[in-house]
Design a protein around this ligand. Sequence first.
Ligand SMILES: Cc1ncc(C[n+]2csc(CCOP(=O)(O)OP(=O)(O)O)c2C)c(N)n1
Ligand SMILES: [Mg+2]
Length: 622
Amino acid sequence: MQTTRMTMAQALVRFLAKQRVERDGVSNPLFAGMWGIFGHGNVTGMGQALEEVAELPFYRPQNEQAMVHASIAFAKMKNRLQTFACTSSVGPGATNMITGAATATVNRLPVLLLPGDTFAGRMPHPVLQQLEYPVAGDVSVNDAFRTVSRYWDRIVRPEQLIASLPEAMRVLTDQAETGAVTICLPEDTQTEAYDYPVALFEERTHVVDRPVPAEAALARAVELIWAAERPLIVAGGGTIYSEASAALAALAERCGIPVCETQAGKGALPWDHAWNAGPVGSNGGLAANRLADQADLVLLVGTRFADFTTASRTAFQHPDVRFVAVNVSAADAHKAGATPLVGDARATLDALADRLTAAGYRTGDDYAAEVARLKGEWDEAVDALRAVVAPDALTQANVIGVVNEETGPRDVVVCAAGGLPGDLLKLWRPVDPKGYHLEYGYSCMGYEIAGGLGVKMADPEREVVVMVGDGSYLMLHTEIVTSIQEGRKLIVVLLDNGGYGCIRGLQMANGTPSFGNELRARDGATGRLDGPVVPVDFVRNAESLGALATHARNETELRDALRQARLANRTTLISVAVPFDPGVPGFESWWDVPVAEVSSQPDVQAARAEYVEHRKRQRVLI
Ligand SMILES: Cc1ncc(C[n+]2csc(CCOP(=O)(O)OP(=O)(O)O)c2C)c(N)n1
Ligand SMILES: [Mg+2]
């Protein structure tokens, strides 16, 4: 056997550079590069290898969590067919990636994490930043990655790479299993040499097929749909990853089935497609929520069917409602007692459409008329919420409307947490399947700017507009620096409402007075955080990091600022002050957030009574 002698880290870099992914005959490198922050746990191992082997582009972020966010945003934009690897030092550098790992795994987005680990040989232990775990000698902080990774390994001998890497690549490229893959690299093992087989470094292409469910499973689903008078499709993120928009539109049009959308699925159909009934669930709109309420058959496509989509299992009230779930992941396809169709979304929708049209299935004209009427009403409601009424002030809904109007059809809006995701779901009008990028699986504050950078790196031709609350911005905004470093321009629209508006709203709607969510100083008299507003100048903050920045106080200033930002060649932040109350109501829906069962406060007692009432509508779907 022909071998080549190199360190474990050198072998790893070489191997990663040779991996490719292919779908529909199109092939690309699996790894667009490696992000990393060096410390003693990786600089002389992985760092040395990256410099010498030089086969993978290297990117340096400002924060390890952020580099994972950037990687998975990139992967999401690439429909999970390409991602990054991330190297960190031992200890805090490694554990900073855990939140990113969870975000990846919850959202089923691939990323390869390579945390440095303490010495496999243990001679100098305890080393700087080592967790000493008195009851088990083989545990390090990196064991904390296990629960948030789809595959986890620790390489304590250099030859273990040969067995571990194929498994890691399989999981990363498997559309059902993908998520964070973590391979822990003890700092001594990274530097140890081994005679690796040359074959390990040959180019390898991982093919992503489009599996279709068994014929019998399709027949069962067709039979259920055939019996339905009020069917409804719920389009989730898998629809977009599978590039199933045309297949979805064809099924909807040919069979007369309205489509509603989740956060990850929004954009699968353009907002103005005749059969797009808009968003469903807790943050859904009028049309989709009314259709869901009375649907007798729900066809779930590529959705995790989480609580915001099901309105905490109150969205579907037809007494005999049945579910059919198309999903590449069997775990998702079997949720809520659904008839499972385990397969690729596009291929399965094509197969269903063929069989349903061959059988002559189409819903009645009265259903089509009802969908059109509800859609019309919903579109009017959105217009009204977006319309600017005050000449000298803007609501969050107004800002969303103006930003949407000022962006082009291929531009991408990026968001993750706060009150914005719900309002964007209702009010943003995408026309391109990649135009609406929400991380709402983990809804991780701090994803926004790092994620925006990942999106921009995935498709530099598109303008990327990051919409972010002041709270999320303060939690993690330093990838602005990386955007300048990489020459990747972002337009950041910051909604400054003086704190955690959505959580304050949730708190007060459930009977507790405003407490702990506003950005206020401690008051000497009350001893609480209800003193004066803590002044933060977000414009000067962004400028200090190298961005262009401006305030926008009204519609004219916001439009001007957005146009300037489009012309600029550098990341630009636009700060807009908005009231705490975003002014966007819920639409006949609910979200299960538990309220205190016992309290001396009458408002909490009333909220609890209301909560108990709402829970009666919650359905057991098995
Ligand atoms: C990392 C993280 N910590 C806490 C939360 C819980 N949380 C959700 S929204 C939110 C407040 C967000 O504030 P901001 O970004 O200003 O948006 P706003 O609510 O004001 O719209 C908090 C604390 C979260 N989603 N992520
Ligand atoms: Mg806020």
